[in-house]
Design a protein. Structure first.
Length: 674
């Protein structure tokens, strides 16, 4: 297997006059980049940088960034990817953890003075020896590094010492699940991922694709730059993503491939200039980096009529792509599944013990491939938890495979929350919400609830002309997914926090939800009974405070109708042989979770609260029995939001029997993920 600078040198030798990179009106040939990065490598050697030393790079997508990357690779130095969106705490943590000796950075970006920031951090980073700038300022200027020709003997010795399994880059995870971890990627790993992806995409010298995703992430450096380099394709660098600038590329850059993350696709398709774009030359559209909702994939298909739309799935820990949609897949399959593993990738769906489950069953997606990272920098315990002794990488994603080998994701294992005994994956609900034409973006998390343990809170960004309320979106979902999956809370807001790689930063949402003043976690284990033509629904919470699962809990049902504006109530307990439910009566009954709150109501055709926890005799569609009078419309929302409704003749008269009937004990194991 080759090293990264070998691939660059081969392109410079076999296609010396071919343009490899474009930014604005500037065109850089392969031979030019090879010579340019030689000079950068020589300059780094003069600074004392040697094989294994870390160099952090902070800047937008530019040829200068790539010159530092290739120059570092040539001498065995390791590039630590930084983002211009990082703040001081992130810089301090990453530079300290990685042991960075030299930082190459833009002097400033927007409102951030990086030189001032780094000056303030120097006393906390004793290993940091020099700051080099893309421009004026700092200890050195990048122009100085390449202004002097490299010492060819010293450079050749340094290049010869580099091995395929040497680290070439440390990419820090975005921290969506906690403390960022530095994934150590090797020369061979990045090239293995890039080569497999390029072969699948059938890339070649006639292709042009954009690099709108950041270079400090595998989506930019591996999936775009290196995948193009190994086949001689051309890339167009966008310093930062702006939808209007991206739309202009279709007029100016002769794109044959469009690559981006779902957020970028959405913003591009909603850009007014895109309506005038001719996409006929685009043969392939690739979406990756985060889950693409079915509605977005359908829009991409219609907006690029001559293109094949493919999903791309990869991780920082896998150096790049590992799963893609195969050629010839139908639209329905592309919408449902992320694809099949690339030829160099083995996958399996495993249970918590790592045992492979059967086709169609759900578990964690594991993969084994030459592109798997060397490990997490300075984190041996976390590395051992993530990579098994026999090389299987735990992705943390929940998935299942069908009989044709297609992989369908259910979401992140750590995104899953348990609501009233049900495992709920926000990705499923997010996809439903995204189908609404007035929804632009959405993200769901689980938040604590005193009765159900957790409930779903979904944040939604609407289109500019939208006029939707929380209940409108809940009603939209109620017709499309099981009642217990319908969001308990929906918060409409103007934007969502994003990671530098274009994903929604759910850790920020979780932190926000935990702050004082966030929406109160109200109890959802309540019931509503609406009786009569002019009814008032009263939501009543649990009685007697929060109690652990498996203990008896009291719930209240209160009825108010047009003829009985009850201000008081009678309390009837299950210990009474024949409790009565009247317009002025509040019935308190006990339920033993996780069994269903049973009151023998005849609500034909409704669904069991937790059928998978009941005895085998419990039908999925079960019958309850109410004795009711004329003209009553009854609606009961149980503790997980399942809605039961029925219409009878006359007002509520008598409840035959309250409390759960005799049931076998619920199984102690967690319900199977579905």
């Amino acid at each position: 297997m080759e090293r990264i600078h070998d691939v660059l040198h081969r392109a410079a030798t076999t296609a010396s006059d071919t343009v490899g990179w474009i930014v604005d009106d500037r065109k850089i040939r392969f031979a030019e980049m090879d010579a340019w990065s030689d000079r950068v490598a020589g300059g780094l050697l003069r600074l004392g940088i040697r094989r294994g030393d870390r160099i952090a790079v902070n800047g937008p997508n530019t040829p200068d960034w790539l010159a530092v990357y290739f120059g570092a690779a040539k001498i065995g130095a390791v590039v630590v990817g930084l983002s211009v969106r990082y703040r001081e705490n992130e810089f301090a943590r990453i530079l300290s953890d990685s042991g960075t000796r030299v930082v190459v950075t833009v002097p400033s970006s927007e409102d951030i003075d990086f030189l001032g920031m780094l000056a303030g951090l120097r006393n906390r980073l004793p290993q940091l020896e020099a700051v080099v700038t893309f421009g004026a300022g700092g200890d050195h200027v990048l122009d100085e590094l390449w202004s002097t020709p490299a010492d060819t003997v010293l450079l050749a010795e340094a290049q010869d010492a580099v091995r395929e399994d040497d680290p070439v880059m440390i990419i820090y995870t975005s921290g969506t699940t906690g403390r960022p971890k530095g994934a150590v990627l090797t020369h061979g790993g990045q090239l293995a991922a890039a080569t497999a992806q390029a072969g699948h995409m059938r890339l070649g010298p006639r292709d042009t694709l954009p690099v709108a995703v950041p270079l400090n992430h595998v989506s930019g450096i591996t999936c775009c730059v290196l995948a193009a380099l190994v086949t001689g394709a051309r890339t167009v660098l966008l310093p930062t993503f702006e939808a209007a600038a991206a739309a202009n590329l279709f007029h100016t850059a002769d794109l044959t491939i469009w690559v981006g993350v779902p957020t970028m696709h959405t913003l591009l398709l909603n850009q007014s200039r895109f309506t005038t774009v001719d996409t006929a030359a685009v043969r392939l559209v690739v979406t990756g980096g985060a889950n693409a909702e079915p509605a977005l994939l359908e829009r991409l298909t219609s907006s690029f009529p001559n293109a094949t739309v493919m999903n791309l799935y990869g991780l920082s820990e896998s150096s790049g792509a590992v799963v893609m949609t195969p050629w010839g897949a139908d639209t329905e399959t592309t919408v449902r599944a992320i694809g099949r593993p690339l030829p160099t990738v083995q996958i399996k769906i495993a249970d918590a013990d790592g045992t492979e489950v059967a086709v169609g069953e759900t578990g964690e997606l594991l993969l084994r491939t030459p592109s798997v990272m060397a490990g997490y920098h300075n984190m041996p315990a976390e590395t051992a938890d993530t990579i098994s002794d026999d090389g299987w990488l735990r992705t943390g994603d929940i998935a299942w495979t069908d009989n044709h080998g297609f992989i369908t994701l259910h979401g992140r294992a750590k995104d899953m929350f348990v609501q009233g005994g049900y495992n709920i994956y926000p990705i499923e609900v997010e996809n439903i919400l995204a189908e609404h034409p007035q929804v632009l973006m959405t993200a769901g998390i689980g938040v604590p609830d005193p009765v159900l343990g957790e409930i779903g809170r979904y944040y939604v960004v609407l289109t500019p002309d939208a006029q939707l309320a929380e209940n409108d979106l809940k009603h939209f979902c109620s017709d499309k997914i099981a009642d217990y999956k319908v969001p308990k809370e929906i918060i409409i807001r103007p934007n969502l926090p994003m990671t530098p790689s274009g994903k929604v930063h759910k850790a920020t949402l979780r932190n926000e939800s935990a702050q004082p003043g966030a929406r109160a976690n109200r109890s959802t284990a309540a019931a509503e009974v609406v009786a009569g033509p002019q009814s008032e629904a009263t939501t009543v919470g649990p009685i007697g405070g929060d109690m652990p699962r498996g203990h008896n809990r009291a719930l209240a049902i209160q009825v108010r109708d047009g003829s009985h504006r009850a201000s008081g109530s009678d309390v009837c307990h299950t210990s009474r042989p024949r409790p009565r439910l009247r317009a002025k009566t509040r019935l308190t009954h006990h339920l033993k979770e996780p069994a269903m709150p049973r009151v023998d109501i005849d609500l034909s055709g409704t669904i069991c609260r937790q059928p998978h926890l009941h005895s085998r005799k419990c039908p999925r569609r079960s019958l309850r029995r109410y004795s009711m009078g004329k003209g009553t419309n009854l609606i009961v929302n149980d503790a997980i939001g399942s809605q039961y409704s029925d219409s009878r003749k006359a007002g509520c008269e008598r409840l035959g029997r309250a409390g759960p009937p005799s049931l076998p004990p619920a199984p102690s194991h967690r319900p199977k993920v579905s």
